[in-house]
Design a protein around this ligand. Structure first.
Ligand code: PEP
Length: 253
């Protein structure tokens, strides 16, 4: 059985004070008997602070983006090696806000995925369709193209050390959530795509759902067979809602 993972994407929110309080509140609500794993993804400047507060605490640290390059004259970029050096174990690649607002292509996302693994990080590969694509019946095609590019570049073996996140773009930060049936259907498509290459790896890889997950809809979504946790944006900025989702994962997964 796959261990559920609840990941908090803090996006570009926070301050030293807010971040410190959030971590203290998360720590206070950890369940020593809980099965779910936790991952927090603060903005770059707070990685060191959060990492030091998580020392010895069973909550993983990750970043929201990474450069495809290992080092060099790439002003403003942060390499995977630097993230690993700062205590990160995970990094998001291909979040829809990077794909749409920063024009990241499938090719670049695949390069970031490979760069992350080369530095020992677990990439969390985000995929998902826009509302227009869903309305045109292209959901499967889009998601399979996004996953397929990484499969093509990195190979199926790379997925044994990675996490996937299905995040329909129309559900991110909008308050609209894919229904559990809609989400499960896409998760099953992704797993089948991986299974066509390697059934064992496909059976083990965790596929998170992201898109307006809140305490009141978490249990229903997380109970689905192919949904192995959540990538949480807005609701991860308050310990109360983030940890309510974590508790739901402990109960249903
Ligand atoms: C996200 O940022 O990945 C996300 C899913 O955001 P939200 O939960 O706010 O929709």
């Amino acid at each position: 059985m796959r261990t559920p993972l609840i990941a908090g994407n803090w996006k570009m929110y926070g301050s030293r004070e807010r971040v410190g309080q959030l971590i203290a509140d998360i720590r206070a609500q950890l369940d020593p008997n809980g099965r779910a794993e936790l991952l927090v993804l603060p903005p770059f400047p707070y990685l060191g602070l959060v990492g030091s507060q998580l020392d010895g605490v069973p909550v993983d640290l990750g970043a929201q983006d990474v450069s495809a390059y290992s080092e060099g004259a790439y002003t403003g970029e942060v390499s995977a090696g630097m993230l690993a050096d700062c205590g990160c174990s995970h990094v998001l690649v291909g979040h829809s806000e990077r794909r749409t607002l920063h024009g990241e292509s499938d090719e670049l996302v695949a390069a970031k995925f490979i760069a992350a693994q080369a530095a020992g990080l677990k990439p969390v590969l985000c995929v998902g369709e826009t509302l227009e694509e869903r309305d045109q019946g292209q959901t499967e095609e889009v998601v399979q193209r996004q996953v397929g590019r990484v499969l093509q570049e990195a190979g199926i073996g790379a997925f044994s050390d990675a996490v996937l996140a299905y995040e329909p773009v129309w559900a991110i930060g909008t308050g609209r959530t894919a229904s559990p049936v809609q989400a499960q259907a896409v998760h099953a498509v992704i797993r089948a795509q991986l299974a066509a290459e390697d059934a064992t790896i496909a059976g083990q890889v965790r596929i998170l759902y992201g898109g307006s997950v809140k305490p009141d809809n978490a249990a229903e979504i997380l109970a689905r067979e192919d949904i192995d946790g959540g990538l949480i944006g807005g609701a991860s900025l308050q310990a109360e809602s983030f940890m309510a989702i974590y508790r739901a994962a402990n109960q249903v997964c």
